[in-house]
Ligand binder design. Structure first.
Ligand code: FAD
Length: 639
């Protein structure tokens, strides 16, 4: 397991996927129904995979902790989903989408996987359209598109500001079709507590029934994790509050390497924190930057209302610094530019930790109705939260934790370093390098689930047709169940005074202050020691009311926070190891004279895949060297 084999097929980049599919082993229909697959997660990736695998004839069991699969976090996605359709005839192509993602990710992603993600993007849009997803259409009836950051074409398909919700409803209907056919069995309100390995292969999971508290065993011939990202490690983030890393973390402790954990995206346009009691931040979709202009006053501490500040006294700082891309620079660049202005004293609002996103000119040029058609629900959401009407006054926005490019290391087949264990969607590290471009996550999640995994998993399962149904009476299940119960009892028996959320909040603050938009060696080391002190306090003073035999959300939270302490330490170790700046990972020691990220391709053009090495022991670093054959590694510039 020690050595990384990314299994990239030979041949020219554009042919690799076709070559792979033509040579991968297949499972015949009669054998498929004897093979069981567990899918954990029902977002675009998990629901997509479960329905595609069910349609193929496998016996699928799918799990989520929500009461309904359609509440998976994908429901929150607002702005859109990319595809290289080139409906606009503006120069788009599979290669250009691939190139934009490689460049946007600051040359820290694997070419072959990224090209394939771009290649299947068109199938994803066709598929969702066939499922009835109500994408916006132009006057001629063709699907409409808009632009997102880091690109110069218009390739983002959208359903107002509810693209994730509409796509998830499409996935949900295809999933339900399989459930009613009997090929997929749905287990809602289940939390995966551990992965079960038998003879080194992933053969099942242990779950807790979140309604009864019962600990359950589930066996299968292969396990797929589609469990989303770990952005809530910052406590305040744009993610659903229950999003967590525990399933991926448990898999990591059972042998799955964790790749680039420090690559975390901070999104530039979020509603700023309003008070210290808040448990979540709200995203204002990147699509708004198609028409909204970001600015701050040219004078420090200018307290005049925004509309009283004349144009010549406004600094449209993105347009000034990045004339080629203007307000549509990638997220990492946009976030740092806002932070730079606020740190320099030009921020607005009471806290001075905000910049303006202004629609005045767009409304003047296109009319209020046109803006309402594109962003109506986002404007309403903003007004409900802040009381400010963005049709009349600019929005105030500030960066917030949003997406994790890091995740479980996977090879070209999306298999982790544990045979038979796959990771898809945001839970893997695969396609976005050190910075994800907007609207490419839904694309990747749905592509992984519907079109890639169903083709690659057969290559593993073809050799499993003689493996009998996995019995959950085996000692490996017993041991994993015992360990899960012991952990629950350990959490319950602390009987201290502080809630899990209060620890999470303090952990998040340390992460935001020292491991957020910019990092330095001193700060990272300080964060490591503060987190280890906090972790010790957690295990001495945690309070969980009630028991494990009933609905107990405090217990759920505590388990997730306990895992976050461990993941945070790996994340910081990774950030310390990567002595360069790339994408969202900005080490203050490594920057150009004008404050841009300074990569070190000589030493760091690799994926850092970390192996768990036992409690209290330093993790082991494995390097997957990145080779760029189709693109040239260049200094990333949006000027
Ligand atoms: C506010 C917001 C807006 C966004 N807008 C866009 C956008 O416009 N375009 C875009 O491309 N991307 C967008 N993104 C990113 C995108 O929504 C996500 O990256 C993507 O939806 C992730 O999908 P997924 O299938 O990987 O996981 P998720 O949708 O996060 O689903 C995770 C699933 O795993 C399950 N799960 C997790 N852990 C366990 C466990 N231990 N046991 C059982 N089940 C478990 C959950 O129940 C859930 O069903 C946005 C993100 C946010 C936060």
């Amino acid at each position: 397991m020690g050595k990384l084999n990314s299994k990239i097929p030979d041949g020219p980049l554009a042919q690799k996927w076709t070559t792979y599919k033509a040579s991968a082993k297949l499972v015949n229909p009669a054998n498929k129904k004897k093979l069981e697959i567990i899918v954990v997660g029902t977002g675009l990736s998990g629901a997509g995979a479960a329905s595609a695998l069910g349609e193929l004839g496998y016996s699928v069991k799918v799990f989520c902790y929500q009461d309904s699969p359609r509440r998976a976090h994908s429901v929150a996605a607002q702005g859109g989903i990319n595809a290289a359709k080139n409906y606009q005839n503006d120069g788009d192509s599979t290669f250009r989408l691939f190139y934009d993602m490689i460049k946007g990710g600051d040359y820290r992603a694997r070419e072959a996987n990224v090209y394939r993600a771009a290649e299947v993007s068109n199938q994803v849009i066709d598929h969702f359209t066939a499922l009835g997803v109500p994408f916006a259409r132009d006057y001629g009836g063709t699907l409409d598109t808009r632009s997102f950051g880091g690109v110069q074409v218009s390739r983002t398909f959208y359903a107002k500001g509810q693209t994730g919700q509409q796509c998830l409803l499409g996935c949900y209907s295809s999933l339900n079709r399989q459930i009613s056919k009997g090929s997929v069995k749905m287990f809602p309100r289940r939390e995966m507590l551990d992965l079960v390995l038998i003879d080194g292969k992933a053969r099942g999971i242990i779950t807790r029934n979140l309604v009864t508290g019962e600990i359950e065993r589930h066996g299968a011939h292969a396990v797929v994790l589609a469990t989303g990202g770990y952005g809530t490690i910052y406590y305040l983030s744009t993610l659903a509050v229950n999003s967590n890393a525990s399933a991926a973390w448990k898999a990591h402790k059972k042998g799955a390497f964790f790749a680039n954990p420090s690559f975390v995206q901070i999104h530039p346009t979020c509603v700023p924190q309003l008070n210290q009691y808040q448990s979540k931040l709200t995203l204002m979709s990147e699509s708004l930057r198609n028409d909204g202009r970001m600015w701050v006053p040219k004078t420090k501490n200018d307290n005049r209302p925004a509309n009283d500040i004349p144009d010549e006294e406004r600094d449209y700082f993105l347009e000034r610094r990045y004339p080629a891309y203007g307000n549509l620079v990638p997220r990492d660049v946009g976030s740092r530019a806002s932070k730079e202005r606020c740190d320099a004293g030009y921020g607005v609002g009471e806290t001075k930790l905000a910049v303006y996103l202004d629609f005045r000119d767009a409304i003047k040029n296109q009319g209020k109705k046109a803006i309402e058609n594109k962003y109506g629900n986002l404007f309403e959401m903003y007004k409900t939260i802040t009381g400010i009407d963005p049709y009349e006054e600019p929005m105030r926005i500030y960066p917030a934790g949003h997406y994790t490019m890091g995740g479980l290391w996977v090879d070209y087949e999306l298999m982790t370093t544990v045979p038979g264990l796959y990771a898809i969607g945001e839970s893997n590290f695969s396609d976005h390098g050190a910075n994800r471009l907007g609207a490419s996550s839904l694309m990747q999640a749905a592509g992984d689930g519907y079109f890639i995994l169903p083709n690659t998993i057969s290559n593993f399962l073809a050799d499993e047709i003689r493996t009998q149904k996995i019995s959950t009476d085996k000692p490996e299940f017993e041991e994993a169940e015992k360990a899960a119960l012991e952990r629950i009892n350990k959490l319950l028996s602390v009987k201290g005074k502080q809630t899990a959320a209060s620890f999470h909040k303090r952990l998040g603050k340390i992460m935001w202050d020292f491991v957020g938009m910019s990092r330095n060696e001193g700060g990272l080391k300080k964060a490591l020691s503060l987190i280890s002190e906090l972790q010790e306090e957690f295990w001495k003073d945690l309070n969980i009311p009630c028991s494990g035999n009933e609905v107990n959300m405090e217990l759920e939270k505590a388990g997730r926070v306990a895992d976050y302490f461990e993941l945070a330490q790996l994340l910081i170790t990774d950030a310390l190891n990567r002595r360069e700046s790339c994408g969202a990972h900005f080490r203050e020691e490594y920057q150009t004279p004008d404050g841009e990220a300074l990569r070190n391709d000589q030493e760091f053009a690799y994926v850092a895949a970390w192996e768990y090495n036992g409690e209290g022991k330093p993790p082991i670093l494995h390097k997957e060297d990145l080779k760029f054959e189709a693109v040239e590694m260049k200094i990333r510039s949006y000027k």
